[in-house]
Design a protein around this ligand. Structure first.
Ligand SMILES: C[S@@+](CC[C@H](N)C(=O)[O-])C[C@H]1O[C@@H](n2cnc3c(N)ncnc32)[C@H](O)[C@@H]1O
Length: 232
């Protein structure tokens, strides 16, 4: 098996430094606004939940509390192994190596599909959307969480870094595809300044990270996110 399945989008933050991405995951959204917003749209009680691009499976134990079945799909075999290890004691969780473009689950077998900062970044993700059409059954819902680069300090730095990124074009893409948006402002709150610095340094090139760090006081900042979602 290749180390990374064909079609994977390089994700140096978690591929190269999963231990720092773990710090990031722990810091992101301590108020659980993302989980709450998703649950308000489509609860996971008794559901089959699919987490596409699950990385090291950080969110799978949470879904496993209410869902009947949880499937994490991840193209990076090493990360998939870490997810397996994390969920070893959870009998309702399975991890599969695969991609959003070729999801290794049967047709109409999923109630809630979600992707957090993974593959579904707007134009170009049509093959993954076709797979959602195939795997999510009627009554289900799909969620895509991504940065809102038009708002907040992180969005500003994101645009400074990826100057070609056009948030309006991305928003038009989702709207045209029939998806709705819930705008969220969440906190990224770290136990120490050292942790915050380590995380910003895996998210941005050095110069951008240092500029951002010069603006952030203390150990937390606000982060604007778009939760895109669609019912099936
Ligand atoms: C920024 S990480 C987020 C990981 C996880 N969703 C989380 O929140 O902890 C992006 C993940 O998407 C995965 N990925 C990259 N290309 C993908 C694809 N084509 N299909 C599914 N996942 C993909 C990467 O391997 C990586 O694990």
């Amino acid at each position: 098996m290749p180390e990374v399945a064909a079609g994977a989008i390089p994700s140096p933050n978690i591929w190269n430094t999963p231990h720092i991405y773990e710090i990031e995951n722990r810091a992101v959204d301590p108020d659980a606004r993302i989980y709450d917003a998703m649950a308000a749209i489509r609860p996971t009680e008794g559901a089959t939940v699919l987490d596409i691009g699950c990385g090291t499976g950080y969110h799978l134990p949470f879904y496993s509390r209410t869902a009947t079945r949880v499937i994490g799909v991840e193209p990076h075999a090493g990360l998939a192994s870490l997810a397996e290890r994390r969920c070893a004691g959870l009998p309702n969780v399975a991890i599969r190596v695969g991609t959003a473009q070729s999801v290794p689950v049967p047709d109409g077998s999923v109630d809630v599909a979600c992707a957090r900062w993974a593959y579904f970044f707007g134009p170009g993700c049509e093959p993954g959307l076709a797979e959602l059409d195939r795997v999510v059954r009627r009554g289900g819902a799909a969620f895509v969480l991504d940065v809102d680069a038009t708002r907040g300090p992180y969005g500003r730095w994101f645009r400074r870094w990826l100057t070609s990124y056009d948030p309006e074009r991305v928003a038009r893409f989702w709207t045209r595809k029939g998806w709705s948006r819930t705008e969220l402002t969440i906190r990224w709150a770290f136990p120490t300044r050292k942790d915050l610095e380590a995380v910003l340094r895996i998210e941005f090139p050095a110069k951008i990270a240092e500029g951002f760090l010069a603006e952030v006081n203390g150990t937390e900042f606000d982060y604007a996110a778009n939760l895109w979602w669609r019912r099936f």
